[in-house]
Design a protein around this ligand. Structure first.
Ligand SMILES: N[C@H](CCC[C@H](N)C(=O)O)C(=O)O
Length: 254
């Protein structure tokens, strides 16, 4: 089976396409294992669809299922385009609903891809934890967001406690001029990742609601890459580079 490895701003994924939708929890844990497998934050499987260019399955590296993944949506769009599974402008079905994506520049190895995320939903704006103000939002998956002076104020144990208390990804952010810096503890990876697309979107949306930033900004995740987030009349757009870092033949031994 041909398997591709992608990095979307440092959030990395193992990816392939298949004809059959089946439980791939155990395969995910093997492929995503950093020492015993290929190593990745998640697995994406593209599947045929009657209504959309494709449907996908997304699993976090621990084998848990998640409805959506912003960075993987950009990587999957590039994979679909270069494997002739979809045109440059496409729509595909995820657990969070239909995602539109556009491959803007691309060759076999990399591309600039824009995804339209699902409309953000504010669940709770009144959470106080350790004396800090947190918002609970859903940008395809659940996120907690707190703003502080610097993203260096990052206590992973504090974020891990919140992750389990609310079963959500946990983000800290700070304003950097007209833009944002974001660090994310990701549910299902159970650690900080180098970037989290729906997390950056959740931080952007809180900052927008609180008048801290404009409608179109740059966001810098832990990897230091530049992502472009915007608010259009419908939802949040999320754009940046994705890299197809390698392709391999994989014989499953399970
Ligand atoms: N870990 C997340 C899914 C992946 C989200 C993230 N990688 C992104 O780019 O949006 C969850 O379990 O809700």
């Amino acid at each position: 089976m041909k398997i591709a490895k992608y990095s979307a701003s440092g959030n990395d994924f193992v990816m392939f396409h298949a004809d059959i939708k089946e439980d791939r929890t155990e395969l995910t844990k093997i492929l995503c294992h950093r020492q015993h497998g290929i190593g990745a934050d998640g697995l994406v499987v593209l599947l045929p669809s009657d209504k959309y260019d494709f449907e996908w399955q997304f699993y976090n590296s621990d084998g848990s299922h998640a409805d959506m993944c912003g960075n993987a949506s950009r990587a999957a769009a590039h994979y679909a385009f270069i494997n002739k599974l979809a045109p440059k402008e496409m729509s595909f079905l995820t657990g969070a609903g239909v995602i539109k994506a556009r491959v803007e520049e691309s060759d076999e190895k990399s591309g600039i891809v824009l995804s339209e995320l699902t409309p953000p939903i504010i669940i709770d704006k009144e959470i106080t934890f350790n004396g800090r103000s947190w918002w609970h939002l859903n940008t395809g998956v659940p996120h907690l967001v707190n703003f502080r002076e610097s993203v260096e104020e990052f206590d992973i144990e504090e974020l891990r406690e919140l992750r389990y208390k609310y079963d959500a990804n946990v983000n800290i952010a700070c304003v950097d001029g007209e833009n944002l810096r974001v660090r994310t503890y990701e549910r299902g990876v159970e650690d900080e990742t180098l970037a989290c697309g729906t997390g950056m979107a959740a931080c952007f949306y809180r900052a927008l609601q609180e008048g801290l930033v404009g409608n179109n900004i740059e966001v810098y995740p832990t990897s230091g890459e530049t992502l472009y987030l915007g608010m259009n009349d419908r939802t949040i757009t999320f754009k940046g580079l994705v890299k197809n870092t390698f392709i391999t033949e994989w014989e499953t031994t399970i």
